[in-house]
Design a protein. Sequence first.
Length: 144
Amino acid sequence: MEWSRVTYYLPDDYVGFVTVYFNQPCGVTPPLDNDGRWILNVPSTGIVILNSPKQGVYLDHLYYQYDAQQLTTLSHIEPHEAKGNSVLATQVGIMGRSSGQTNNSTIGKARWERFFVGSVEEWLAYDKRDSFDQAEHHLRLCRS
């Protein structure tokens, strides 16, 4: 079994998609913690470009938001479970995880993962296509 072991650190109050591109020569090498987990400090753009290939298919991911005083653990939320539950609908978490490979005339070939950070209410209101366009724009800038 190949595991993807990553710890994500997100800015406090970050809302939106996080997109991670893999195996890009212009990207950075993710540092490792003492347990061999990748440490990804997500910038305010929500876009991380790595020169490392994607890790395994089984996920062992941890998500934290941070401010000057504390780390807050973020959990996975299934949007359909929040229907009729106002507490869950406003709780900040991780949802909409997906991965794939882009191969188009604009950016060429790129393997990616992405997930959404926010509440279910924010997820439902978010412009999901626009965030992909922004991520591709950052990848083009990185490559130029």
